[in-house]
Design a protein around this ligand. Structure first.
Ligand code: GLU
Length: 413
């Protein structure tokens, strides 16, 4: 995955004046932290491996999610932390980039075990994080409950009697009662859908009646579908870790969500026919939205993809070679660092509210969010027209230029 980023950046900057020393600095993260920590599960000790990679903090404290997944490795979080640096720069928020997680299959543990593991991980992370240092958030298989446990544990360790505003602002993506923010839960999916709408307006592309398919029906997948369906679009295939289902007349996303809330998977849902991953990516549709994990569209399946637009709600779902094939086939791409930056944008609002001991209304946040997401899309879209380049190239160039201005200040001697 790291080589994917290096290739993307090399292509994006081939005609720009981004300082090669900056690119050299950004090719490596500032800190790579690996922690093996013990937790007693059912009376016996298990050792878990947790990671935090702090990529860059020129623009502000390190910021990014923590994921719980069997594929978590230093290499993976390394790449993901780099994307966080660009995501924050793109949204003009004063944060740097980080990412972390635990290598774990959460399906094998009960909720009370997950709480213990989370608290153990927080203890191990304690010296490295802080509200002006590094601010974790939810990511794949982590949620507000996990952020609340982390906040509570962090507060216990720090010896504070009360949960002060300074403590609350160490983690974002918390539940509302614990100092979380309205709109944070839906933010990533909402941002994805709003960006699709802005793209459609710029391209005279009527979304009403268009068919789309989604890989991943968790938090990001569901909220994306909710807004897209309100635009009159039709979800005709969906997949998760258990498999894929297709329905030509379209799924009722609310019934599907109820089913997934109860069963934790789409497996066994009574509508649609079962298909495999290969068939899923061959479906003739208008928009494909990968909302799961990395490297799902590769040179092996890219040529059979049949759509107008792919929106990277997940991080890094398209590999570099696949992208060249898709571009040749005139399939447009909205890149991850632009498409899914809504999550960290509301994390920033949450952090600001915690720091200032303020509680903003849902309407205020939603209006502010919608305006900023659309403004960011239009700024990148216009740059791509001006530079005659892809949205990915324009996104990287915007972010890198911003980092460059800080880099020059730092290294002007
Ligand atoms: N995990 C999300 C992301 O990758 C959100 C990060 C955050 O809110 O800090 O963008």
């Amino acid at each position: 995955m790291l080589s994917n980023i290096q290739k993307q950046i090399k292509k994006a900057t081939r005609n720009s004046n981004i300082n090669s020393n900056l690119l050299k600095v950004l090719s490596k993260p500032e800190n790579e932290i690996k922690i093996n920590f013990p937790v007693k599960i059912n009376g016996s000790m298990e050792i878990f491996s947790g990671y935090r990679v702090q990529h860059n903090n020129y623009l502000g404290p390190f910021k990014g999610g923590l994921r719980y997944h069997p594929s978590v490795s230093l290499d993976e979080v390394n790449a993901l932390s780099q994307w966080m640096t660009y995501k924050c720069a793109l949204q003009d928020i004063p944060f740097g980039g980080a990412k972390g997680g635990i290598k774990i299959d959460t399906n094998n543990y009960k909720e009370q075990d997950i709480e213990k593991i989370t608290r153990g991980f927080t203890k191990a992370l304690y010296p490295y994080i802080g509200s002006n240092k590094d601010i974790p958030a939810p990511d794949v298989n982590t949620n507000s409950k996990i952020m609340d446990w982390m906040t509570d544990e962090y507060n216990n360790i720090s010896g504070n009697f009360n949960l002060t505003s300074n403590m609350r602002s160490v983690f974002t993506g918390k539940s509302i009662d614990f100092g979380g923010s309205y709109v944070r839960e839906e933010a990533t999916g909402r941002g994805v859908a709003l960006i699709i709408r802005e793209w459609s307006l710029k391209n005279n592309y009527n979304l009403k009646g268009k068919n789309y398919i989604v890989q991943g029906f968790g938090n990001v997948g569901y909220y994306t579908c909710e807004l897209l369906n309100s635009y009159g679009m039709n979800l005709i295939a969906v997949g998760d870790h258990s498999g894929y289902i297709q329905s030509n007349e379209g799924f009722n996303i609310f019934n599907l969500k109820d089913y997934v809330d109860k069963n934790k998977t789409i497996n066994g849902y009574k509508h649609g026919k079962k298909i495999n991953k290969e068939t899923f990516f061959k479906i003739d549709c208008d928009i494909i939205i990968p909302c799961a994990i990395e490297l799902q569209i590769t040179k092996d399946n890219a040529s059979s993809i049949n759509c107008d637009l792919i929106v990277e709600a997940a991080n890094g779902p398209i590999d570099y070679d696949a992208e060249q094939i898709l571009e040749n086939n005139n399939i447009k791409i909205i890149p991850d660092i632009l498409a899914n930056s809504g999550g960290v944008l509301v994390s920033y609002y949450e952090w600001l509210q915690n720091k200032r001991d303020e509680y903003w209304s849902e309407k205020y946040i939603r209006d502010r969010f919608d305006e900023k997401i659309c403004e960011t899309f239009i700024k990148i879209y216009n740059l791509s027209i001006k530079n005659k380049c892809s949205l990915r190239d324009a996104s990287y160039n915007y972010a890198l230029e911003k980092l460059q201005n800080n880099f020059i200040r730092k290294f002007s001697f």
